[in-house]
Design a protein around this ligand. Sequence first.
Ligand code: BGC
Length: 423
Amino acid sequence: MAERLGTTEFFKYNRVMKKFPENFYWGAATASYQVEGGIENTDWAKAGRDGRVPLAGRSSDHYNRYEEDFDIAKSLGHNAHRFSVEWARIEPEEGVFDEEAIEHYRKVLDSLNSRELKPYITLWHFTLPLWFSESGGFERKDSPEIFARYCTYVVERLSDLCSNFSTMNEPNVFGSNGWLRGSWPPFKRFSLTDMVSITNSGRTFESKANNGLGGVFLYFRVMKNLAKAHNVAFDSIKQLSSNVKIGVVKHVIYFNANWNPINKIIAFVANHYWTHIFMRRVYKKCDEIGLNYYFHKKFGDKEVYEKTDMNWDIYPEGIYWALKMLNRYKKPIFISEAGLADKADKYRADYIKRQVESTWRALQDGVDVRGHMYWSLLDNYEWALGYEKRFGLVEINYDTLERKIRPSAYVYKKICESNGLDN
Ligand code: BGC
């Protein structure tokens, strides 16, 4: 006979089981340019043709194989999926919207909904339509309005099939890789010289530097325009589709420090710079926030960590602190990306368990976490690093396009199906 649990036992049981709230969303994420294949009219595709970054090519051909991929996600116990739509497909020329592209994403949404995989859409994940990047992209004064027009159009056309949208993915990563480090389009490294030499995956090329007096401010102008773009898009979407939830996806690095007060000040400034400047500009126009967590940096730390294939410290526990950092904005949070590159699948299962456990701890502390999307469902195009790095729960053979589920995906499946960790 089933034992009736009193409240104390119930909470004890919940603590041992590390149960998540009912209706918690478990899934994985992808981004259009990294998996779809066949996208040629973006700044990244041009950079590929110019030999500055690896070509994305047909990628994992997710554009044609999404049904098969969602069958896999479903079989792995997922009940949600985050993906992005490709701006350059939808608006291939300025102000001209392609109905066929919209129809494609409507089919993708039907396919998710029919499998009861709740869709989370990212409206823009790094790649820009060529017409926009070549006319200045987010350096343009009118970029917020251009972006808002695109976002509003897409939400209007898809909101009957999807209720959660993020306007943009990781604005700080986009800005700093494009205008400070210069390793991503438009390759403007901050420098005192006129030209800089950039090396990406063994390709070396000369690029016009982000320099001079104007150069100092260019990165900040782009960051400001991105925040404004989100805010203008939010207002414009809400006028037409008031029922949808709109947010941003924010990359958070958890900076902390050892005992040393100087290190503590550095960590405080770094968190402010990387996370809070942008969040303060946009949080009032967010119904929810997506958190992407990959790494931490502890100033003065002597500890040696094992490394992922990206050479990032294995420290999934940092997600607890990243969640706490975003908690100050008092919005529901969903983990929109967290995961690791691990071709041999040596660390992934343990990493996921520790990441989930740390998320559970944040929930116990009152952080309103609604979902957890592992990055990534599939192996994919890792930007300037090409196809070497393997983040997928599912391995892709790029010659045959065969999909093979990695063992760690079954560990995650157990977590998803039991809505928590049982140890
Ligand atoms: C990005 C993904 C990327 C992942 C791993 C995130 O910064 O949103 O596009 O593949 O990190 O580097």
